[in-house]
Design a protein around this ligand. Structure first.
Ligand code: F6P
Length: 544
């Protein structure tokens, strides 16, 4: 019997042969309702996917693929707390963290709602204390600055949210230190006064090399300036490993827990969001959670055909597997989403950068794309050349707010005009005839036109999806982030991979710990491969 997923892929492959030669310029010309047909919304949040290389029948076939892969059943398995992260035997229940409506969520038969809300209440009290100045440092001064020390999911999520919600930050300044490169913590500490600085050590495992190294340096900085006794007053921790937190010297009432059913890259909704909460206040943080929950409700209940995360995922699968595009650009026309592409990079690439299926067999087709991006309009003056005229086709997501936070002349109109123009240019392109007509009108000689015209042609038919929302407030940021989380989940289900483990990060960590004594000169590199041994020797010679 044919596997229903393979059958759906086979139908899509035949369909792709028919769709690939079509130009979107023509598809718009013959269908006045293409935008209405190929866009979907959740309240003000609009996803316009009409500028993609699809026809309405493509979506029908893709939805059939999603059904064949069991997306609806897997979605229920996730929401019901089943251990769908098979290689780690863990549930995947970040949706329980943004449960502002206090619905019941269970893991192993235990309702986790009370625990989630108990930690949230403790975070709230601590954040309020720091913000009001009730929680003070060892010299009785209120905290003006908070450093979050963490990496990966313990850094990217909260750092991205803090930047995105800067207009709401009415608390202390929040800084993020992640890299083990001493330059990162050095340059951060150099600007700060230990007497008014709170350090939060954020690590799910509380063993990560970078975080523990930075935490030790920050601890020494506090102890040197204010004395060893000051350490407990200047530190807090977020972790699932509370005994390790205590062993570091952080008191239990300053330790905020979460659970193994929260993946690092999905953890900003947990106590990992504490620095955000200190910055914008607990009420605003709850609006962010409520936005996540609104998207969860939509994802769980909307028909697949109108389901925003599902639509994004299906377009992703179409490009990756049927048209063979290797990357996906995230281009926010919203400066405060500057770190959104970096966060999505971890979310998508750590989740779906997998080559074996859930049962260990090799996958049958490519999985997660390379995710990258920068805010517009900056990117336009850097890498858009390749997106418009390069030999690879890069599907793009544009993110655009209707309202800015600041009223500054016509900045926002210019920003939005550029976003829409890029989407239009990518779709429409510029034909050789159009180029020649323009050059002729400018009075150029025929020979010169022949030479220049090919360089000025834009093939067009380059895909983009535009995500348009009213304003980048906490609620909307929550919706956007949860939308991409569920997109990644749906793609993982279709590819039959475990999106929730990350074994691919382990080998490098293991070899780094073997190489550390060799790099330090405490052992010899003889047993390493020729390149590594050569690098170590040259490194040692250079550093003297
Ligand atoms: O190395 C990858 C990783 O395990 C990520 O998945 C995680 O977000 C990051 O490291 C940080 O881990 P931790 O929060 O345990 O310090």
């Amino acid at each position: 019997m044919t596997d229903p997923v393979e059958a759906a892929f086979a139908e899509l492959a035949t369909h792709a042969e028919a769709v690939e030669p079509l130009h979107m310029r023509d598809l718009f010309a013959v269908d006045a309702n293409r935008f209405e047909r190929l866009s979907a919304r959740l309240d003000d949040l609009l996803v316009d996917y009409s500028k993609n290389r699809i026809v309405p029948a493509t979506m029908d076939l893709l939805v059939a693929l999603a059904r064949a892969a069991g997306v609806e059943a897997w979605r229920e398995r996730m929401f019901s707390g089943e251990a769908i992260n098979g290689t780690e035997a863990r549930a995947v229940l970040h949706v329980a963290l943004r449960n502002t409506a206090k619905r019941a969520f269970t893991v192993g038969g235990q309702d986790v709602t009370l625990d989630v809300h108990a930690v949230l209440a403790r975070c709230r009290a601590f954040a309020d204390g720091v913000r009001s100045g009730q929680v003070k440092g060892a010299t009785d001064k209120p905290f003006t600055d908070v450093i979050n020390i963490g990496i990966g999911g313990s850094d990217l999520g909260p750092a991205m949210v803090n930047i995105a919600l800067a207009p709401y930050n009415d608390g202390p300044r929040i800084h993020y230190v992640s890299n083990v490169d001493g330059a990162h913590i050095h340059d951060t500490l150099a600007r700060l006064d230990p007497a008014t600085t709170l350090v939060i050590v954020a690590s799910k495992t509380f063993t990560t090399l970078e975080t523990m190294t930075n935490a030790a340096s920050a601890r020494a900085w506090i102890a040197e300036a204010l004395g060893e006794d000051a350490v407990p007053r200047h530190f807090a921790a977020i972790s699932t490993a509370i005994p390790k937190v205590k062993a570091f010297g952080i008191e239990e009432h300053r330790a905020f827990g979460f659970w193994d059913w929260v993946g690092g890259r999905y953890s900003v909704w947990s106590a990992i969001g504490l620095p955000v909460m200190i910055g914008i206040g607990p009420d605003r943080f709850e609006e962010f959670l409520a936005g996540g929950q609104a998207m969860d409700d939509h994802f769980r209940t909307a028909p697949l055909e109108q389901n925003l995360p599902v639509i994004l995922a299906l377009i992703g699968v179409w490009y990756r597997n049927l048209l063979g595009f290797p990357t996906q650009a995230i281009l926010p026309y919203d400066q405060r989403l500057a770190r959104f592409p970096a966060h999505l990079q971890q979310l998508d690439m750590e989740s779906n950068g997998k080559r074996v299926r859930k049962d260990g067999r090799l996958v049958a087709r490519p999985t997660g794309p390379v995710v990258w991006g920068e805010p517009g309009t900056n990117g336009q003056h850097a890498f858009y050349q390749l997106i418009h005229q390069g030999t690879d086709i890069v599907p793009v997501d544009f993110l655009v707010a209707a309202e800015p936070h600041e009223t500054l002349g016509d900045h926002h109109a210019k920003l939005v005009a550029n976003a829409f123009a890029q989407a239009e240019a990518l779709m429409r392109g510029k034909t050789a005839d159009e180029v020649r007509a323009e050059l002729e009108a400018a009075g150029m000689a025929p020979d010169a036109i022949d030479a220049l015209a090919p360089h000025k042609v834009f093939p067009g038919n380059r895909p983009s999806t535009t995500i348009l929302y009213r304003k980048l407030d906490p609620f909307t940021l929550g919706r956007l982030l949860a939308m991409y989380e569920h997109k990644v989940f749906v793609e993982g289900v279709i590819w039959d991979i475990n999106s929730f483990d990350q074994w691919g990060v382990e080998l490098g960590k293991q070899l780094a710990s073997e190489l550390l004594p060799i790099v330090k000169g405490e052992a010899e590199p003889d047993a390493r491969d020729g390149s590594t041994a050569g690098l170590v020797r040259h490194f040692r010679a250079l550093k003297g």
